[in-house]
Design a protein around this ligand. Sequence first.
Ligand SMILES: O[C@H]1[C@H](O)[C@@H](O)[C@H](O)[C@@H](O)[C@H]1O
Length: 567
Amino acid sequence: MTNRDFTPSPTEEKPRSIESDDKLSSKEGLEHDQLNQLEVATRSVVSTEGVIDAAELDRVLDEAAIEAAGQGENNSLYLWILTLFATISGLLFGYDTGAISSVLVQVGTDLDNRPLTDGDKEFITSALTVGAIISALFAGVIADKIGRKWTLVICDIMFIVGAVVQAAAHKKWEVIPGRLILGLGVGAASQITPVFIQELAPARARGRLTCLNSIAVTGGQVLAYAIGAGFENVSSGWRWIIALGAFPPIVQMLGIHFYMSESPRYLIKQRRDDEAIRALARIYPIATPEQIAAKINVMKKHIQVEDSPLSHRIAKVWTDVPTRRAVFLTSMNLVAQQLSGFNSLMYFSSSIFQKAGLRNATATSLIVSGANFLCTFIPLKYIDRFGRRRFLLATMPCVVLFLACTAGIFAKMLEPTNQRFAEGYTYPTSYTSAMLVFMVLYVCSYAIGLGNVPWQQGEFFSTETRMIGTSISTAANWSGNLVVSSTFLSLMNAITPSGAFGFYAGLTTIFTLIVYFLYPETSLLSLEEVRTTLDGGFNVKKSLKVRKEKIALWKAQKEAARAETSA
Ligand SMILES: O[C@H]1[C@H](O)[C@@H](O)[C@H](O)[C@@H](O)[C@H]1O
């Protein structure tokens, strides 16, 4: 039975009142406004058509009850540490993709005793991406089979083997398999980590904790750049840059072994209820045993829904129209992220700055990754309040604008050298500085919206189709990454640097229009509401209306509670 197939029984046609819900009657001591929160949560599972999704109702009630029962706004220390261990995968995703920029500059003639050609650079860079596309496609299925923790351990082993193979390489054809192996780890980790965090986190913290993973990714890139800059004048320093990437996976494996719980949802699926109870008790330390038992029951109900055969779940992604729309939206958004060209800078900014005659190219490109990292913090605080769609629509036009400015400054700067970089030519500092400023502004606009929002993709899917759906869109993301990383240098040669950045501006303009017309708002909407939104169209206006009504209801509830307290 799917959530959409659910037919309400006569007794469930109205949302149950908080007081009459016997599951909640054990929550003596709940404050009045906490009860109000529960009531609001109850209403959130009633679609605009008035249909109640029973499983969703239980989930929301149960989570809200556990949270209201004493945790307040704070996550348990255990959850924070768990998330930090999980985001080591994000850190490695960032480190291994970011390190290539300085490696390509520093490798010199160490491989095959000759300098790398542009083609070699693209090949080496994209080997990781090819590995990532392959593993992203299969990661969801593997994680459902062997568990999230073991999938992360396999990723860690790939990270270590890939780093060692590359660091020891003396030929291009030895580096490439190492990078491919690393890619297998990166792709699977990029798919599993956010979903793992979402499965562990209480509903109210899900968006923010997912943002933490994006912060880990961009932080890993900064670290890679900083370490790259540190090794710039060390002979064969590139080998160290790569080799250092083998240490964090060891830390994560130790964390997994001694500390991390498996996802309770997965444990229940495996009928390991005792372990699931222990894991939940650590995530919700203040919850009573009854509350934990209630949560386990709710999860069991969900898992019955999810537990359809794999072939059925795969088929559903294509045959169920709202799910198909979800796949389209999440893939489109993750492809838009890549085709805005950001990774051309992430991977090749050192090479560009070197060609433009900047003295300390790697250190300069640290500014690019630093801006990306810092601006990733902005959505962390505001993503739920401001909304995903608004974040995208406010920042994507800025991406277009600053890409166009970068294209313009390249056109001016390269005029004397026939729109190509010329070795040994000194470009005026005013131009190189303006180039840097526009690039940084572009990166900031990207990081606030496109760099972050698309990874919230999980909320577009039902629990049944989430793993398959996010596998497809994550693979689409890495495919877009491959297109950019394997063509950027050739594109600059073919249509000039100015043309390449102008091209990305054009593509982002098209994606901005698609987002404007088709991308509904999902923040604050329950899963059921997202699903009804995608029924019969993309229903952007309807999603905005539902959200507005919810905010109004929340405000009214708060006001009423405040008035009652002061009375
Ligand atoms: O969200 C991340 C982030 O923006 C990274 O900086 C970028 O390198 C990745 O490709 C992207 O998926």
